[in-house]
Ligand binder design. Sequence first.
Ligand code: SF4
Length: 217
Amino acid sequence: MYKIEQKAAQTETDIQRLNDVKYPLVEDFYTIQGEGAHTGRPAYFIRTAGCDVNCWWCDVKESWDEEKHPDTRTGDIVQRAVNSGAEFAVITGGEPLLHNLEALSVRLKQEGLDVHIETSGSSPLSGQLDWVTLSPKRFKKPLDENFPYVDELKVVVLKNKDIQWAEENAKKCPSTTRLLLQPEWETPSSIKLIVDYVKQNPEWGISLQTHKFIDVP
Ligand code: SF4
């Protein structure tokens, strides 16, 4: 959880100012959270554009270039999230922390939605975040200053050295952080690796991309 200081009461002018802040948006949609500790819960996904991490196995490469996606008003995104009936929004990317998330997260919370984020942690946290999922990437490491706020550490595993990478990151997280290893979808050999490791190290659990099994976005 991460919270900037925020005045309790907002004037209409404040709300309008926040609503007018724009983010490059790849897509936003109501779906089911398929991964991690909140798997199976309906959630409104907000995918911002822009990523400077460049994982070779990334399955949303179309999100990398901000210029290819429309700048979209916070007010419009939040209205669609509210209309969906979702209890929480998931801000993802791309790398969402390339943007200051104050406006988007504050407005979502003012409208009664919890705010979750999925990030590589390679840029500073911003906004009001009820649940921080850190998915650290070796290509651009997380900032040390972000670790105290990590609710869930979710590491994609292809091979053994990814498990070492997961342990390196886990050492920096609070003791309350949920620790999850997730097989890379196109690398089935990672499943046995993870199952064997979790049985030996029960502080870790397994996260699966369940949305891919049930064919939801
Ligand atoms: S950090 Fe995420 S969006 Fe960026 S390249 Fe890696 S997997 Fe793709």
